[in-house]
Write a protein that binds this ligand. Sequence first.
Ligand code: GLU
Ligand code: ZN
Length: 502
Amino acid sequence: MTDRPVRVRFAPSPTGYLHIGGARSALFNWLYARGHGGRFILRIEDTDRKRYIDDSMPDILAGLRWLGLQWDEGPEVGGDHGPYFQSERLPIYTRWADWLVDNGHAYRCYCTEERLAALREQQVANKEQSGYDRHCRYLTTEQRAEREAAGDSYVVRFAIDPIDGSTTFHDAIRGEITVEHSLLQDAVLLKSDGWPTYHLAAVVDDHLMEISHIMRSDEWLPSAPLGVLLYAAFGWEPPVWAHLPVILNPNGKGKMSKRYTLNEDGTSVPVHLRDYIADGYISEAMVNFLANIGWSIDGSREVFTPEEAMAAFSIDGINPSPAAFPYDKLVWLDGVYIRELDDEDLYRRLLPFVARGVGMSEAEMAARPELRPAVPLIKERIKTLADATPMLGFLFVDGPIEYDDPAALIGKKMTATDSIVALDAALAALPEVDPWTHDTIEACLRSLPESTGLKLRSLLTPVRVAVTGSNVSPPLFETLEILGRERTMERLAVARDILRNH
Ligand code: GLU
Ligand code: ZN
């Protein structure tokens, strides 16, 4: 353990949208920083120009902010260890690559693409281990001078040393790890165009940004020995290494894909955070959910606040075995968090979803009176914000609504005539209701069975379907109050006419 001030980082490459696994790595780093009075640094690793995707950076920043993982240093907020974009740090990498060459830890390799391709071919043909043969590591001073004089382009390669040795390091999650150097390559650190590779850029930045703990995804474990050797070559104090276990698909089989995955029932599960946001999950539930993947607050409790998580979070507490992505838990947690929101808060979050769902602008939706009073009616019934639209869409239709199946207007064990009787009775009685509130509406409709000879349930079914278009709806009397007398009467009359002509 180091007793340096805690400085941790999330270092995404802008090569795609924020992945749910990346979001978890960011969260763990953030929790650790917040729990240890440390700093959470965001660094953009944008050195792979071929895989660069324009809108991925804004997506990553927006995703982190949506989760509430505000960074202390990085893009848009600055800091005194910048720049925080690797593309703006090229002279720094050249300088440290030169330092390694001057000190015998790295060398210039002048091999052409053609030579390397021929080498690969030969290795395949001979069934030898593939990789660079260290040809340029052993050039004489004269040979080197010749290449330089000819102006040959070169890459800078790390000189693994000793080539038949091994490296042992400690990973805070997995324990001691030993790697034989025979398995390592004299990796390229600086490319011929002057851009660094991940290996060099990450180590130089982690050192200069004074990163104390490198907590990153397991997929970087194979790069760790090279990182350890680079820190040693530079003579820099190494960080604490911690490789987070991968997240498996919901069925527990195979690493969670970068593009899409499936739930156990075969339905598709998004892998990008943006899709969860669009599907109407709320950020508090997502943070709680992600914290539960591979870590546990006390072995059993599943619902907790970020403050509780930061106080309890420790690297020791991370489970080294890969965890299956518990998608169904997210759906459950989201419902739990939605029920805890106060009505006004839930209203504000629902507004953009319902607006989009019914094809209105947010301003148009905000001007409508129906949504706010409808919130308490659906709060217990929705698991995501998007669930509200199919339940409430009928409130935002101004003319008559469409009935996919007019037969639904006829309740179980009823005839079309019964339904017409029910609708006629409601049409005759409701104009008398005054004032138009759910209590008075309820009293009115409850008085009808006597005159119609229908049971209350039978009476209400055609009314419910006529008004909402469905036989599952929010509580009916409250719904009618929100819908208003005029639209209620209009829909009952339309439904009655449909049944008459049925
Ligand atoms: N840029 C790497 C990525 O996108 C981060 C690796 C690291 O955290 O060291 O996954
Ligand atoms: Zn070479």
